[in-house]
Design a protein around this ligand. Structure first.
Ligand code: G3I
Length: 443
């Protein structure tokens, strides 16, 4: 049995939403009031603007000048990770991380700690551990590192990237996960005990689209933690975007829904591959989405110049390789100063995601329709089925056709979907389920 996921195309929806919301303009403050750096502009609304920093670049004057001028929060790009801070069991190494923290603290910048527990960038000795010994080593690491930085960290990414990609909504398999499903909450409790003053965050990527199974799974975990009193204060959306993974149409909905659980949300590793006005527009949309959510407390970009990026060829940052401000910079600054239009993608509409259980001659598809930030009254989902594929049954929707382009409309009882909520329908087919890519329109 294979499991395949497809997610809906949003191009038409976004175009429609642009038309609907065009003209919804946020009033800009008088020009004389507009701040001229990212940090100062964000501070006007009580937010921060941060960047990832590499200790090795603190001797680069162009880099440091931009860092000191523009940013009021820093994240160590690699220096606080498990392999850097505990290279040998019980032997801790804080030199490079301390350089970054000291640079920040001396200049009144705050620090996001990244990351206490992660399946990647574990030291070699930890990679080969398992079971209760690994659990104990992980908890000791969390305790020691959080204690070392006690009082100096605004927020810790306590656990990073613990959920699987795709449609499963499951935890990612890892040596840490195999120590037991409660490893995440155990890490949070240890972090709280070590540094009660730090906000404790769960941080992940591909959690920006509200309709994605991974986003839903993280949401349910946070909801569960809040219900059971597990100490969690914030959710970090890494927000690494490119053409294959653009800023989703429901991004603000995702931020708001997490915030509504009673946690802060932070955009923790923002970068958007591209150039020119398209890139600038995307950065502006992300910034305005954060500003529109009261508990979105700040944005961190994952590096300063394009050449500093982990994916430099995608030129995904706000400064070019020479340290010049890009159009993307101006777009973010303008947005922080209250300029521009509200996000065009956050009004009406629906998104759709399908998970498929397939066998050699057929499949069952479970299809989830999610409303955007406004309630919808009716929806239509369209699939272009592969040649030779035939639909043999449908539940919880009304179908038109059984092969080629097939549409499913809501039934009498599931057309009304509240903002941000979902309904599901399903169908069974014979033949291939390869490459299914549904789209959704609503009214
Ligand atoms: O410093 C060594 C250098 O001495 C050596 O010659 C070279 C050879 O490969 O490696 C250098 O270390 C690299 C390090 O970046 C510094 O450049 C590592 O190999 C490389 O694995 C490491 O990549 C980092 C990556 O996390 C590791 O997973 C990236 O810099 C860092 O930007 C990236 O950040 C992650 C976040 O932590 C979590 N979210 C995703 C994000 C992007 O992948």
């Amino acid at each position: 049995m294979t499991l395949t996921t497809t997610s809906g195309s949003r191009a038409a929806l976004v175009a429609a939403a642009v038309a609907i919301t065009a003209g919804a303009v946020v009033l800009a403050p008088a020009a004389a009031d507009a701040a001229t750096t990212l940090g100062a502009s964000a501070a006007q609304s009580g937010r921060y603007f941060g960047t990832a920093v590499s200790a090795g670049k603190l001797s680069d004057s162009t880099y440091v000048n931009i860092l000191n001028r523009e940013f009021d929060m820093v994240t160590a790009e690699n220096e606080m990770k498990m392999d850097a801070t505990e290279p040998n069991p019980g032997q801790f190494s804080y030199g490079n991380a301390d350089r970054i923290v000291n640079h920040a603290v001396a200049r009144g910048m705050r620090v996001r700690g990244h990351a206490l527990a992660w399946h990647q960038q574990q030291p070699g000795w930890m990679q080969s551990m398992e079971g209760s010994a690994l659990r104990q080593a992980m908890l000791n690491h969390v305790t020691q590192v959080a204690t070392h930085y006690r009082g100096k960290i605004y927020a810790w990414d306590v656990v990073n990237e613990a959920f699987a990609d795709g449609s499963s909504g499951a935890r990612r398999d890892s040596n840490l996960q195999r120590t037991g499903n409660d490893w995440i909450e155990a890490a949070f409790r240890a972090a709280r005990a070590a540094d009660p003053g730090a906000k404790l965050c769960y941080n992940d990527y591909n959690t920006d689209d509200w309709s994605h199974a991974k986003t839903q799974a993280v949401y349910r975990m946070v909801q569960d933690f809040k219900a059971r009193g597990v100490p969690i204060d914030c959710v970090g959306l890494q927000s690494h975007f490119n053409a294959a993974s653009p800023v989703p149409g429901n991004y603000q909905t995702t931020l708001q829904n997490f915030a509504d659980l009673g946690v802060d949300v932070q955009i923790t590793e923002l970068d958007i591959e591209g150039s020119g006005s398209a890139q600038a527009d995307a950065f502006g949309r992300v910034t305005r989405a954060c500003l529109a959510v009261t508990r979105c407390t700040g944005i961190t970009v994952w590096g300063i110049r394009d050449t500093d990026s982990w994916r430099a060829s995608g030129t995904p940052l706000l400064f070019d390789g020479s340290g010049n401000k890009k159009a993307a910079y101006t777009s973010v600054l303008d947005a922080l100063n209250g300029g521009g239009t509200t996000p065009p993608d956050e009004s009406d509409g629906c998104t759709v995601a399908a998970s498929v259980n397939a066998w050699n001659t057929g499949f069952v598809a479970t299809v989830r329709v999610t409303a955007g930030s406004a309630a919808i009254n009716a929806w239509t989902v369209t699939f272009a089925l592969p040649t030779g594929t035939t639909v043999t049954g449908t539940w919880n929707a009304e179908r038109s056709g059984d092969s080629g382009t097939v549409q499913w409309k809501n039934t009498t009882y599931n057309g009304n979907v509240a903002a941000g909520q979902s309904v599901e329908f399903g169908f069974q087919g014979t033949g291939s389920s390869a490459g299914l890519s549904p789209t959704c329109v609503s009214s």
